[in-house]
Design a protein around this ligand. Structure first.
Ligand code: NAP
Length: 323
């Protein structure tokens, strides 16, 4: 098998593509021939040693894969050899073959392309947990997505629209914001050249029910001020590099809540809950409410190029590695 390994924390250029021995399968896991591995913002952080998880090098990055089951452990009961599956892992997906616990491996929706499926679990799973499980978004509420131009953000637009919300997409790039409109956003705001609260007012929106925040920083602080009575802000990431200190009096005044989401950990602690989420997502997908299209496909050996594209913010939506 082949894998992409980081031997010393650092930039994507430090990744090495090499051959290695297959690992031994344990009783509760499955061996998968990987077809596609999703590329995520967190992969950039983990190879630099700047993520919540700090595995000791050498290790392979990669939070999600899709593929075909080659072998099952003695105690595996819900999956069989030949199944088309997608798996979630804390790291280690940039490989041609992986071993993953049965609990964290899910059947790919029948009509979903196997390459697209490698980029599905993290962005759609995270967006669903943020919008539905945590924020409990309901029809006709207003949902503003900070970082709507990224992978999680675009998935969030589709899910919020599927649940009947009015969606405002915020990002820093006009070309990407046009794609947000194609995904269903009702309004867009470029936070690099517009003041979000002022723009919202120009759309006739004075307050919002739900904020999904992938960016952090000043935009996030400004949006706390726009929360409605019983509003919810869900903290998903800090791509701006600036962790906002939310003034809690603002929450008190609006009877509002700020809640964090650590989906990768949640997926390991509550795999059945995530399985339920995936079944809801599957029915949305079957009803054509979701379009998990992949923007760019790279070969596994070109993982550094894929991560650099992500780091340079040149991607529009999801990138996967063909393994
Ligand atoms: N909490 C969790 O469980 C969880 C799960 C998945 C992802 N995340 C986090 O969510 C965030 C978004 O993930 P993603 O997969 O959607 O990433 P992505 O596809 O790379 O998108 C990044 C988004 O952040 C925006 N951004 C603003 N400032 C940025 C900066 N300085 N550098 C890069 N991007 C910047 C980008 O918008 P413009 O380029 O338009 O400005 C874009 O909308 C990341 O922080 C990731 O770690 C958290």
């Amino acid at each position: 098998m082949f894998n992409v390994v980081i031997k010393k924390y650092g930039d994507p250029e430090n990744l090495i593509y090499e051959e290695s021995e297959s690992q031994i399968l344990d009783d509760n896991s499955v061996r998968i021939k990987v077809e596609s591995a999703g590329v995520n913002f967190a992969d950039l952080l983990i190879i630099k040693g700047r993520y919540q998880e700090r595995p000791r090098p050498p290790f392979s990055p990669g939070l999600e894969i899709s593929g075909i089951i080659l072998e099952i452990g003695l105690k595996v009961s819900s999956l069989k050899v030949g199944d088309r599956v997608m798996s979630i892992m804390k790291y280690g997906g940039y490989k041609t073959e992986v071993i993953v616990p049965e609990d964290n491996t899910y059947l790919i929706p029948k009509k979903m392309d196997i390459i697209e499926a490698g980029g599905f679990p993290v962005i759609y799973g995270t967006a669903f947990s943020a919008i539905i499980t945590k924020a409990k978004l309901i029809k006709n509420e207003t949902c503003i997505i900070l970082g709507a131009t990224g992978g999680v953000g675009m998935a969030a637009i589709e899910i919020a629209k599927a649940y009947g919300a009015l969606v405002v997409a915020c990002g820093g790039n006009d070309e990407k914001l046009k794609v947000c409109v194609e995904k269903g956003a009702d309004y867009t705001i470029n936070y690099n050249d517009k003041i979000i609260r002022k723009e919202l007012k120009s759309f006739g929106i004075n307050e919002v029910d739900v904020v999904i925040d992938m960016v952090g920083g000043q935009s996030s602080l400004d949006l706390v001020k726009t929360l409605k009575w019983n509003g919810r802000i869900i903290i998903v990431g800090f791509t701006s590099g600036d962790i906002p200190a939310i003034p809690v009096n603002r929450l008190l005044l609006k009877n509002a809540k700020a809640e964090g989401l650590y989906w990768g950990e949640l997926a390991y602690r509550e795999p059945k809950e995530i399985g339920h989420d995936f079944s809801v997502l599957e029915s949305l997908f079957n009803n054509k409410k979701l379009n998990p299209s992949v923007n760019k496909v790279f070969q596994l050996k070109d993982a550094a190029k894929a991560l650099n594209l992500l780091a340079d913010r040149k991607n529009i939506g999801k990138i996967v590695l063909r393994c």
